[in-house]
Write a protein that binds this ligand. Structure first.
Ligand SMILES: C[S@@+](CC[C@H](N)C(=O)[O-])C[C@H]1O[C@@H](n2cnc3c(N)ncnc32)[C@H](O)[C@@H]1O
Length: 288
């Protein structure tokens, strides 16, 4: 398939846009360079489907025209749209709940012993998508540390996708998403939106604990000081092994000794980095 215009798709109807070999190869190389995300052949349909809206918005004839924009002086302005369209942002409150139990038991509760000093607690949600992960972390943190009672505690939440960050910052979610939040937290930390029965909002006390920032994980990290825990779940799965290795070693540098890195259920540090030991299911403690 070397074509890039409308074609019979084999089901008897013609498609508006076809993503040809050359254009797909170009877009895959561009995304890999910009974001580390690997787009193999089986992602071609997905890439095509997600970019069609953009081609229409720009009133382009075909994908070759779109690639020309990315090769030309307009590239810088288009990258954000491309990245926002291609990233996969699926997430949930308290996804993989065992990580939040581990965070409470192994990371936050031991810090209580440090009182009455004013301990500093820093957790990073790297690849936070629409915010359900950092809000889940912040709820556990508020519960264990009794936020506002002298703790210097913060969650840094970063993503490369500016659309999801905007939604995360608003802290507004469909009411049914709240069903994933344990009831005790829901009662304390989630508010009804006046005049809107379909949506709920995270309480200000929880929102205050989080700083949302745009950050490409493969660029320079401006943060100073070490983290007690880093959540990077269901993000590295889109990167190749050398990129993962480099990223996980940077996480080791960013974590305090003994700090914990949480990965997604399909991700692993085994054979990728020797600076961690297994602490629990897909939870790794920095040892070097
Ligand atoms: C599937 S979501 C995971 C959300 C959440 N961590 C979870 O497990 O529920 C993956 C997120 O990683 C982000 N991402 C992908 N590549 C990135 C990069 N190079 N830098 C920062 N974020 C990236 C995507 O934008 C997306 O929001």
């Amino acid at each position: 398939m070397a074509h890039s215009t409308a074609e019979d798709n084999g089901f008897g109807h013609r498609r508006e846009f076809e993503l040809g070999d050359d254009e797909f190869r170009f877009l895959a190389a561009f995304m890999s360079r910009e974001t580390g995300i690997v787009l193999s052949e089986h992602k071609r349909e997905m890439v095509c489907g997600r970019l069609v809206k953009r081609l229409r918005a720009l009133k382009l004839r075909d994908f070759a025209d779109y690639c020309d924009i990315l090769k030309g002086p307009g590239a810088a302005g288009e990258v954000e749209h491309l990245v926002n369209a291609i990233t996969t942002n699926i997430t949930n409150f308290f996804r993989e709940p065992h990580h939040f139990e581990h965070l409470r038991r192994e990371v936050l509760t031991p810090r209580l012993a440090e009182r009455p000093r004013r301990p500093r607690v820093r957790i990073w949600s790297a690849g936070c998508s629409t915010g359900e992960e950092p809000y889940s972390i912040a709820m556990v943190m508020a519960d264990v540390l009794k936020a506002g009672e002298g703790w210097d505690s913060l969650v840094l939440a970063t993503d490369i996708d500016t659309n999801v960050l905007q939604r995360a910052e608003a802290g507004l979610y469909p009411a049914e998403a709240a069903a994933k939040i344990p009831e005790t937290y829901r009662k304390r930390f989630v508010r009804r939106v006046p005049g809107d029965g379909d949506r709920m909002q995270m309480a200000d006390d929880i929102r205050r604990l989080i700083r949302f920032r745009r950050l490409n994980l493969h660029e320079k990290w401006p943060m100073k000081g070490s983290f007690d825990a880093i959540f990077c779940r269901n993000v590295a799965i889109y990167f190749d092994k050398p990129t993962q290795r480099k990223l996980f070693n940077r996480y080791a540098d960013a974590l305090a000794m003994g700090g914990v890195l949480y990965l997604g259920h399909a991700e692993s540090l085994i054979g990728v980095s020797d600076r961690f030991e297994v602490s629990d299911k897909t939870a790794y403690r920095r040892i070097a």
